[in-house]
Design a protein around this ligand. Structure first.
Ligand SMILES: [Zn+2]
Length: 244
């Protein structure tokens, strides 16, 4: 639909047109929503209706980075209601700290474990992570006086300093190393939460580490005993599915 100014024949200078465009929701979102409402929502209407009536019961929680290139629902091809997703900068889980302050990651974790009663928690890291890159960059300064990101990434400071000082590694190797250390560190911190450690000891909750390579689409899974990562070999699984 034409804007009021276009309909009455008033030509706006570029700045006014820019300001007016900024007051509207992003076109890409509106078009995307329309495509969803007329396509996927129609096909999955019964599922959405059931989820609305019965509530959500996902068995898997995924803790992932905010990065727009590594969305868990896309990577795992998940349907609505299938995975409970928490995203923050660099997929970090802070240690258990019941101090009365505002802890959004801990609140979401508490809800997933104690209310939804998920059976698996996956910490999903990814390649080329901007948060990890900033943690390794000694010249990266605060973005604001509050420096929320810097304070958040301090959770990885000891590892970042140790890796950053290692001149035997290339820049890319340091980056990948800290991305995977961050996953192991988050899993260690998950176990500082009593609700997690108690259920894990009762074998009612499992913790997993994964790393996604944006460029290749590879998924690397962490060995729970050694902490090593190996690329997921999905070909055998694919062949089984094809035979079925
Ligand atoms: Zn990231």
């Amino acid at each position: 639909m034409l804007s009021y100014f276009a309909r009455v024949g008033v030509a706006l200078d570029p700045f006014c047109a820019y300001v007016l465009s900024m007051t509207k929701p992003p076109t890409a979102l509106i078009e995307g929503y329309l495509a969803f409402k007329q396509g996927r929502f129609v096909r999955e209407r019964a599922r959405y209706h059931e989820l609305a009536e019965l509530g959500q019961t996902p068995e898997v929680m995924v803790i992932a980075c905010c990065d727009s290139r590594a969305a868990p629902e896309t990577i795992f091809n998940a349907l609505p209601g299938e995975i409970f997703v928490l995203r923050n900068v660099a997929n970090i889980v802070p240690p258990y700290q019941p101090d009365g302050e505002h802890h959004s990651t801990s609140a979401a974790l508490e809800f997933a474990v104690q209310s939804i009663k998920v059976k698996h928690i996956v910490v999903l890291g990814h390649g080329r992570c901007g948060g990890i890159k900033a943690a390794l960059d000694p010249n990266s300064g605060p973005l604001s006086p509050g420096d929320f990101i810097g304070t958040w990434m301090d959770l990885l400071a000891p590892a970042a300093e140790a890796i950053g000082d290692n001149t035997w590694l290339t820049s890319a190797e340091r980056q990948t190393a800290l991305e995977r250390i961050a996953i192991r560190h988050s899993i260690d911190n998950l176990r500082t939460f009593p609700c997690v450690s108690i259920l894990e000891n009762k074998n009612r909750l499992s913790l997993h580490g994964m790393w996604f390579d944006i460029a290749s689409g590879e998924l690397w899974t962490m060995d729970s005993d050694t902490g090593d990562f190996a690329v997921f070999e999905g070909l055998a699984l694919d062949e089984e599915l094809i035979e079925d």
